[in-house]
Design a protein around this ligand. Structure first.
Ligand SMILES: Cc1cc2nc3c(=O)[nH]c(=O)nc-3n(C[C@H](O)[C@H](O)[C@H](O)COP(=O)(O)OP(=O)(O)OC[C@H]3O[C@@H](n4cnc5c(N)ncnc54)[C@H](O)[C@@H]3O)c2cc1C
Length: 255
C-alpha cells in the first residue's frame, strides 16, 4: 500500500507577505521536484488531530522559479486557511507531489486573444501565465503573437496583491494589457483606476479591445458569482462553444 510519503512532499514555508488582515502570499520550498504547467494548482494540506485537511491552490509562480508561490485568502470559519495563516517561515506543510488542473493558456486553437478575468486571489494562475511568457519573450522563445488582457476585480486597493508587478509588466510588454477595477471606490478617494466589479466592466473592455468569440478565449477565475455573471455576458456575445470559455471556480457558495 502507498504510504503518505509516496504522495506528499514535506514542504516548507520560506517567506510570507501580508497584504491585508486576510490576504497573504507565501513562497514554499516543496522539498522535491515539482513540475507543473502555468495555470495548474497544487494540493496543500496540514494534519490536525490526526486528520489531514487538504485544499487546492492555484500556483502564482512560473515553473522557472525555484520556490512555489501562492496567494491565499483567509476564510475565518474555514477548515484549512486558519491553519495555513499561522504558518511562519520554516514551518512545514504537506503538498501533493502531483500538480493538477487544466486551466492552461490555450495557444493552439487559432484564437490568439486571451481575456483573463479574476477576483482577488483568482489572479494567481494569470500571474503565472504572464511571468512565464515574459521570460520566454525575453529569451526570444515567444514572439508576442498571443495577446493577454487581464481584468482584475477587488473591493479594496490592497486586495489586488500583484498590482505593482502587473502594472510593471503592462508597461514593458506590448502583448499584455492590465486593468485593475475596484468595486468599492467610494472608500478610496485616491483611486484613479477603473471602477465597478470585473463582470460589470467586462462588456466595455471586450468592445474596446475588439475581443469576440472568433478571436478570443475567456478565462474566468475566482469568485463563483463573477464567473456566473461573466459567462452569461460572454454567451450573449457568442462565446458558445466549449473551447471559448474556461473557468476555475474557487468555492461553492453556501445555499
Ligand atoms: C482549483 C482551485 C484553486 C484554488 N486556488 C485558490 C487560491 O489560489 N487561493 C485561495 O485563497 N483559495 C483558492 N481556492 C480555494 C481553496 O481551495 C479553499 O476552498 C479555500 O482556501 C477555503 O478553504 P478552507 O478550508 O479554509 O475553507 P472551507 O472549510 O473549505 O470552507 C468553508 C466555507 O467557506 C466557503 N468559502 C471557501 N473559500 C471562500 C472564499 N475565498 N470566500 C468566501 N467563502 C469561501 C466555502 O464554500 C464553505 O462554505 C481554490 C479552489 C480551487 C477549486
Amino acid at each position: 500500500m502507498a504510504s503518505p510519503e509516496d504522495k506528499f512532499f514535506r514542504a516548507r514555508l520560506i517567506q510570507r507577505e501580508e497584504f491585508a488582515a486576510d490576504l497573504w502570499t507565501a513562497r514554499i520550498d516543496p522539498g522535491g521536484a515539482f513540475k507543473f504547467v502555468p495555470g495548474q494548482y497544487a494540493t496543500l494540506g496540514i494534519e490536525k488531530d490526526g486528520k489531514r485537511i487538504e485544499r487546492p491552490y492555484s500556483i502564482v509562480s512560473s515553473p522557472a522559479e525555484q520556490e512555489i508561490e501562492f496567494f491565499f485568502e483567509l476564510v475565518p470559519e474555514g477548515a484549512l486557511t486558519p491553519l495555513l495563516y499561522r504558518l511562519q517561515s520554516g514551518d512545514e506543510l504537506l503538498m501533493r507531489k502531483v500538480p493538477k488542473g487544466r486551466f492552461l493558456l490555450e495557444t493552439h486553437t487559432g484564437r490568439s486573444n486571451h481575456l483573463l478575468v479574476s477576483t482577488v486571489t483568482g489572479v494567481a494562475p494569470f500571474v503565472s501565465y504572464v511571468r512565464t511568457l515574459h521570460k520566454e519573450w525575453k529569451e526570444g522563445n515567444f514572439d508576442g503573437s498571443h495577446k493577454l488582457y487581464l481584468l482584475n476585480g477587488a473591493s479594496r486597493p490592497w486586495e489586488f496583491g500583484y498590482l505593482h508587478e502587473l502594472l510593471r509588466f503592462a508597461q514593458e510588454i506590448p502583448w499584455f494589457t492590465y486593468v485593475p477595477t475596484l468595486s468599492r471606490p467610494w472608500d478610496h478617494g485616491d483611486w484613479t483606476g477603473e471602477m465597478g466589479r470585473a463582470d460589470d466592466v467586462l462588456r466595455k473592455y471586450a468592445d474596446q479591445w475588439g475581443l469576440d468569440a472568433g478571436n478570443t478565449i475567456a478565462y474566468l477565475c475566482g469568485h463563483p458569482e463573477m464567473i456566473e455573471h461573466s459567462k452569461a455576458i460572454l454567451k450573449r456575445r457568442g462565446f458558445l462553444d466549449k473551447e471559448a470559455i474556461k473557468e476555475e471556480i474557487y468555492w461553492v457558495p453556501a445555499k
